[in-house]
Structures are given as structure tokens and as C-alpha cells.
Design a protein around this ligand. Structure first.
Ligand SMILES: Cc1ncc(COP(=O)(O)O)c(C=O)c1O
Length: 414
């Protein structure tokens, strides 16, 4: 995805919006380099949730009194904000869920389980988060379908040369890939994969958990059939995510969860389903969380997604350059221009958990582990990596703090 030059964000000023940065950790300034796991929260989003709880809180949709109507309006306003954020044709296609994992499971259970047959093929990639791998493995296994994985090349980018061979093997029904890898930061060629999936008559499920916080998304331009988003990675609260899906497909699907709110009528012998999006929103909605997510979208759009993306590319390039100075380091993934603000690495002979623990004492928060990408770790031939990830509030000094910390780690293990 092209990075447009132009508006530049001022991360130092933006940090003042985030109360969490007002503290020190172990007596050191906090260098928070774990935004790919979950982002920090701006005061504007926190205030919006507080305001909702303090002035408009009641259960939505079912009440006829003032507060319930205000709460419903707030929830539906958040849905409209997400519709516009994704350039979706209709709010009927915007389904509130808990997170990207639930969004993908919804499609796996409510489409995959009903439409896959023995011999069909589900295609994923070696770069997937377990959330976009295990549900497909599970439903494919249940239905006797085959799972195929697109491999990575030596740069940590997808090798698409095997697509024709997969197409010859059988009926490709589902292609599910991420747009941005949470482990290597790779930006994947979703446009080419969508075109190929549709040539096969397959649906395309896009895991945009790492893309939505960082780049402008347009579901119509992407051409995908489903897209999963986690609100907590894009300055929103935990507990609210979104599944976007094409109305014509959603309408034909059976529900995922059943119970209150998602029905049209319930009789002892038969229940009928509600209209979109309610058919897929059983139970009380994450109301305050959705309001917070709407405020997070306001916040991100005021900064500009293009500016956020450009800032992260700059940080990724800076980090790759600075980290390369550390003796014994292995850096994984593509060059800076083809990755988002995520850098995975290992220090020779030092387990990532030890690295992360010693860095914590320097005030540096990174993630160490398999990043919910065990198939990828197998491919890289490691059990785990260290991962530093950046966001709109990350400043180069935090990367310097990381590099100094890594020199300290090496001294401890010398
Ligand atoms: C690429 C990707 N997909 C899916 C997920 C799952 O997100 P959640 O845990 O919010 O469901 C993550 C979380 O790290 C991710 O990075």
C-alpha cells in the first residue's frame, strides 16, 4: 500500500493525549513498544466512554425511555463511524463483536461449517495469527476439507507462485489472509489474492487486525468479502471489534450465536432471525466499548491515517537501521518500505524471554514469544522472537532506549 507523503504527525505532541505516558517504569521513562498487541488509549476516547456511562447509559434497542434511546443513538452513531472508516456501503454490514478473533470465528462457523464439503480447499498463509488459522483448520477438519498454506519467501513475504497448483487440486472455497502480519510487519498483496480467490469462486476473508490501526482501509476498493477488526489495537477499548461482511452473503448465512436481540420472532416450535446486523449481535452489545471505538476513529481520522502510516514507515526504517548495529542480532521480515511498524528479531544465544525481562528493567516494553504465530516460528526455525512495534505516539528515543537496552542485555549474558 503506497505511503503518501504530505501531512506529518507530531508524535511528541500526541503523546500528551495518552495518560499512560505520564509515568516511569522501574525509574525509567516508559518506552512502550508493544502496540501490535494492544495500543494505548487517548484521553479523548476515555472521556467519551466516561461521558456515555455518566449521561446516557442504559441497555440499547429495547427501551422506549429517554436514556435507552440516547444509548441506542450512541451505539448506532459508533456503527456509522465504523462504516465510514471502512467505506462500507451500509451500516447493516457492520457487526459489533468482541475482537478480530470473534469476527473470524463468526465467518468460520456461520459460513465455513455450512458451506465447506469434503475435498474443498481453504487457503491461508504461513504468516497468519492463530486467530486466522485455527478457526479454518477446525472447520476444514470438521467438514473434511483441505487446508493449504501459502509459503513465505526468504524476505518474509508471501510466495504466490503456487496458486495455480492449488487451484488445480480442487475447489477453493475460502481464502483467508491478513493484510499486515503481526509478527513480521509484512504488508501482504491482498489485491492479488482477492482477485485470485474470486476467480476460483471462493470468498475472501481479510484479517485487518493489524492494518486497521495503521492505514486507510476501504472494503470496496479492497474487494474482500469479510474483514475483521480489533478495536483495542486502534486506540479503542478492549471488548469491541467489528466484522464487516457483504450484505448479500450475510443475509444467506445462519446465525453464529443465538439468543436475545438477534431474533425476529420466537415460538415454541420455530424461531426466525432478525435483520442485519442484529442477526449476528446476540445479547447485550458492547455499548460503552462501541462508543469508545467511535471516539477512537474520530481521533485517528483527525490525525490522518496516511500520516500514521508514514510515521510508522519512518520508525520501522529507523529501527531496522539502529537494531542492525547490535552485534549478534537477526532481523526478520521485509525491508522497511514493505512493512508496517513491527520489527521482530533475535539476539544470538539469548532467549527472547530473557531479553524482554531485562529490557523491562530499563523501562522498555516489548513482546517475546511466538506472537500467536507458531506455524511461522516453525518456518523461521525458532521457538520465539522479540518483537518491537510502533504506533502514532512512538518517538525515535524509545527505539534508542531499546537499542541501549539490548547492549545491556548482551553485557549481562557476555
Ligand atoms: C494479525 C492479527 N490477527 C488477529 C489478532 C487477534 O486479535 P484479538 O486478540 O483482538 O482478537 C491479532 C492480535 O494480535 C493479530 O495481530
Amino acid at each position: 500500500m503506497a505511503v503518501t507523503a504530505g501531512t506529518k504527525l507530531d508524535a511528541r505532541t500526541l503523546r500528551a493525549d495518552f495518560p499512560i505516558f505520564e509515568q516511569q517504569v522501574h525509574g525509567k521513562p516508559l518506552a512502550f513498544l508493544d502496540s501490535a498487541a494492544s495500543s494505548q488509549k487517548p484521553r479523548q476516547m476515555l472521556d467519551a466512554m466516561d461521558h456515555f456511562y455518566e449521561t446516557s447509559y442504559a441497555n440499547v434497542h429495547r427501551g422506549v425511555y429517554e436514556l435507552a434511546e440516547r444509548a441506542t443513538e450512541a451505539l448506532e452513531h459508533a456503527r456509522e463511524r465504523m462504516r465510514a472508516f471502512l467505506n462500507a456501503p451500509s451500516t447493516r454490514e457492520v457487526i459489533f463483536v468482541r475482537n478480530a478473533t470473534e469476527a473470524i470465528n463468526l465467518v468460520a462457523y456461520a459460513w465455513g461449517l455450512w458451506n465447506l464439503e469434503a475435498g474443498d480447499i481453504v487457503v491461508v498463509t504461513e504468516l497468519e495469527h492463530h486467530s486466522n488459522f485455527v478457526p479454518w483448520q477446525f472447520v476444514a477438519g470438521k467438514r473434511g476439507a483441505e487446508l493449504r498454506m501459502l509459503p513465505l519467501d526468504d524476505h518474509g513475504e508471501l510466495d504466490l507462485s503456487g496458486l495455480d497448483a492449488i487451484a488445480r487440486e480442487g475447489n477453493v472455497k475460502i481464502v483467508a489472509t491478513n493484510l499486515v502480519s503481526n509478527s513480521l510487519g509484512t504488508i501482504n498483496p491482498v489485491d492479488r489474492l482477492v482477485a485470485w480467490a474470486h476467480e476460483q469462486g471462493a470468498i475472501f476473508v481479510c484479517d485487518a487486525a493489524q492494518a486497521a490501526p495503521h492505514m486507510k482501509l476501504d472494503v470496496q476498493a479492497l474487494g474482500v468479502d469479510f474483514l475483521a477488526v480489533s478495536g483495542h489495537k486502534m486506540c479503542g477499548p478492549s471488548g469491541a471489534g467489528v466484522l464487516w461482511g457483504r450484505a448479500e452473503i450475510l443475509q444467506k448465512m445462519e446465525p453464529f450465536l443465538t439468543g436475545g436481540h438477534m431474533i425476529s420472532s420466537v415460538h415454541v416450535d420455530k424461531t426466525t432471525w432478525g435483520e442485519l446486523p442484529h442477526k449476528f449481535e446476540a445479547g447485550t452489545a458492547p455499548m460503552a466499548e462501541a462508543v469508545g471505538l467511535g471516539a477512537a476513529i474520530d481521533y485517528l481520522e483527525a490525525i490522518g491515517l496516511d500520516a500514521i502510516e508514514a510515521h510508522e514507515h519512518e520508525l520501522a526504517a529507523y529501527a531496522l537501521g539502529r537494531l542492525a548495529e547490535v552485534p549478534g542480532i537477526t532481523l526478520y521480515g521485509p525491508p522497511a518500505e514493505r512493512r508496517a511498524g513491527i520489527v521482530s528479531f533475535n539476539l544470538e544465544g539469548i532467549h527472547p524471554h530473557d531479553v524482554a525481562q531485562i529490557l523491562d528493567l530499563q523501562g522498555v516494553a516489548i513482546r517475546a514469544g511466538h506472537h500467536c504465530c507458531q506455524p511461522l516460528m516453525h518456518k523461521l526455525g525458532v521457538a520465539a522472537t522479540n518483537r518491537a512495534s510502533f504506533y502514532l505516539y512512538t518517538i525515535p528515543e524509545e527505539i534508542d532506549q531499546l537499542v541501549e537496552g539490548l547492549h545491556a542485555v548482551r553485557k549481562v549474558f557476555a
